[in-house]
Design a protein around this ligand. Structure first.
Ligand SMILES: [Zn+2]
Ligand SMILES: [Zn+2]
Length: 186
């Protein structure tokens, strides 16, 4: 086994995504989680997860396929799509993750909300990065946090996303450190 690959995070774009945005997500993941990040497309199209009645994509099904397609030695996987995601009990989700598992996904679809037609790239990118860290955080066994400023705080709306910071609170930082030690055996 290639030891270099063992503790690698995979950022997996589905379809066309802005390269600069992917690079920003990469930098954010490296800085928060402290593992190398490789960009690796794993899924080409999402037809298998499309639900005609809702005209949305079922994120849980996508996570299952990601798990099958990911290299066995990859530590965690975050997929990014521009399509609208849902889980059956909710009208839509910004993302989904397997708590303490390997796979997570975010959708950029609803993160442009409230931005009008003007180009407000910075605000949009900030939202995408926050959601990326949040969902990846769940795979590191972090649950929702009561601190409204913490990146692991649950968001009902983009206003909530804007309000929270892009960092973990002190408590979640300790939990992440413990999980990192457990995973790397150090
Ligand atoms: Zn969450
Ligand atoms: Zn927290």
């Amino acid at each position: 086994m290639n030891r270099q690959q063992e503790h690698t995070l995979i950022l997996s774009p589905i379809g066309d995504l802005d390269t600069a945005l992917l690079e920003q997500i990469t930098r954010a993941l490296i800085s928060v989680f402290g593992f190398p990040v490789h960009i690796m497309p794993l899924i080409e199209d999402l037809d298998f997860a499309f639900e005609w009645q809702r005209r949305q994509y079922h994120s849980t099904l996508i996570l299952e396929v990601l798990e099958q397609k990911a290299p066995t030695d990859a530590l965690k996987i975050l997929a990014v799509t521009r399509e609208d995601l849902f889980i059956p009990i909710l009208t839509h989700v910004y993302g989904e993750a397997q708590l303490g598992g390997r796979t997570s996904i975010i959708s950029t679809y609803r993160l442009k909300e409230g931005m009008g037609s003007g180009r407000r790239d910075k605000e949009y990118q900030a939202r995408v990065i926050k959601e990326a860290i949040h969902e990846m955080g769940h795979t590191f066994n972090l649950r929702h946090c009561k601190d409204p400023g913490c990146i692991m705080h649950y968001c009902h709306s983009v206003a909530d996303v804007d309000r929270k910071s892009d960092t973990l609170c002190r408590y979640c930082t300790i939990l992440l450190d413990d999980e990192r030690k457990r995973l790397t055996g150090g």
